[in-house]
Write a protein that binds this ligand. Sequence first.
Ligand SMILES: [Zn+2]
Ligand SMILES: [Zn+2]
Length: 306
Amino acid sequence: MPKRKTKWKRTSTKGTSKFPFRFSPGSRLRFLEIFESDSNSHPRFIHPIPQIHAHSSNPKRITVISVSNGTLKPLGFCWLLPPLDRFRLHTRKEEEQKNLVPLSSVVKGVLLQQLVQATIAQVLFLATSDANSSGIQAQPSLLLQLMQIIVAMMVMDTWQYFVHRYMHQNKFLYRHVHSQHHRLVVPYAIGALYNHPLEGLLLDTFGGAISFLISGMTARTAVYFFCFAVIKTVDDHCGLWLPGNVFHIIFQNNTAYHDIHHQLQGAKFNYSQPFFSLWDRLLGTYMPFSLVIRQEGGYEARPLKH
Ligand SMILES: [Zn+2]
Ligand SMILES: [Zn+2]
């Protein structure tokens, strides 16, 4: 009896996605609302989070601190952790289709931004320091430092809200300056500080400087505060809704909140950043949202007003 040959037929891979998600045209989101925000509260837990199966088979100090928080940690966060697709607010395909700037340009822009910020911070610290002859500046009590940090958070939020909102309302400023940040329609961690250099100077660097000067904090306290602000900003842009994220528990202004602002239909809302949502609520630019489970895996932050 002749030996049967097994013929292996090559199947075409044409038309299949190179992404680890299966997309079908017209596939709809499953509207299982698990969180819902209203004007008075945090996103509200409505439904227990089910197990989500993503369709995935594999799926000099100031400068160092600044670069570390703004660039290296987000990079490490992306590459070292296991695949986090089931916590994403946008699919990888959306990220590729909607974003208007390559990753290499984003990294270069962020490094430039951090160099400028770190240089100005160093100059400011040297100019305002009242260190003694041996270079030591006395630190105030922990309570006073905490109060100074809260004051600095409010000053920074106020500055950023009004400047940020004006950059959207003034067409020239939006087109030539702020639109650079919005090239990332689907934000990711490394892109948190991706801005036009003028915006970086005006919004972040100047905002940081007045927060530092008005609060009266020392350079040491300021380093803690700026690290905190950068980490918070990176988290706001990380595009992940991770369970137990302490920022999502403490702050109503969080990753999903800022994600709404990056979406086209939410660009005129949720200007507040990076800490509170106070100014949006007071001035009518607050966009409530619901967090829904996406059929392809992950979540979607969906505006509730149109
Ligand atoms: Zn904006
Ligand atoms: Zn942003």
